[in-house]
Ligand binder design. Structure first.
Ligand SMILES: *Cc1c(COP(=O)(O)O)cnc(C)c1O
Length: 230
């Protein structure tokens, strides 16, 4: 594995900057999360050499294996996949961010299991914005109660919302879904929360997400290419 990812990372960096300007977003208000799930450690090392520091993983064991191999590197690890409760110790030990919280029990276990000397874990609640029965995430009616419970926990910081809208190539539909995520966060902030993070936008819908206020875009394929089959 000796591919370089500097070119795609630069290209996406330029696209982010251009979208920030087009949609009157503050410069550098959108962070690029490189989603490295299923790609080998060598791919992360190569992207790291280009200056990328934030990496996203979907599987707890894979996160753990990679973090052990890369423990010398100054990586900000983001967990973005569905979470089984028996996997929370691995995630609590490693992740700086967890985007995919959809029940209180998982947040509570992360709070309890986080090592005392590790900084607070940043959490996003995943919302099921397209109301698809098969997707994870809470619906907007369940959101206020879950946010209230999570807010009380020690060792974690509730930062915002994450969503994976139903895929569509229609930019207007992409924007409508992302706008609903932003409105859900604004509604919480009106109730006194201080949330600052919208984790939304992937390779196919990044620009629409930035237009609607994304602060973290989660990009895999456009950086690393197609994921190897598992
Ligand atoms: C895989 C994945 C991504 C990256 O998707 P791409 O289409 O490869 O950019 C982003 N977010 C989540 C939650 C994912 O599982």
């Amino acid at each position: 594995m000796n591919r370089s990812f500097c070119d795609p990372l630069r290209t996406i960096g330029r696209q982010i900057k251009s979208a920030e300007a087009t949609y009157q977003r503050q410069a550098n208000s959108v962070q690029l999360l490189a989603v490295s799930k299923h790609h080998p450690v060598a791919a992360i090392e190569a992207a790291y050499k280009c200056g990328q520091r934030a990496f996203g993983e979907n599987y707890a064991q894979e996160l753990h294996a990679k973090a052990v191999r890369l423990r010398q590197a100054d990586i900000e690890w983001h967990f973005i996949g569905p979470i089984q409760s028996n996997k929370t110790p691995l995630i609590a030990n490693i992740a700086h961010w967890v985007h995919s919280i959809d029940r209180y029990k998982i947040a509570r276990r992360l709070s309890e299991q986080k090592p005392a000397n590790k900084a607070a874990i940043n959490l996003c609640i995943q919302i099921n914005i397209s109301a698809e029965a098969s997707k994870s995430g809470v619906n907007t009616e369940q959101l206020p109660a879950l946010a209230e419970q999570i807010q009380e926990l020690e060792g974690i910081r509730l930062r915002g919302l994450m969503a994976i809208p139903a895929p569509t190539s229609q930019v207007q539909q992409q924007r409508e879904a992302f706008a609903r995520v932003r409105q859900a966060m604004e509604a919480l902030n009106q109730q006194g929360y201080n949330l600052d993070t919208l984790s939304m936008g992937m390779s196919q819908d990044m620009e629409a997400a930035i237009a609607e206020g994304a602060t973290i875009v989660r990009i895999g394929t456009a950086i690393f290419g197609q994921r190897p089959a598992t």
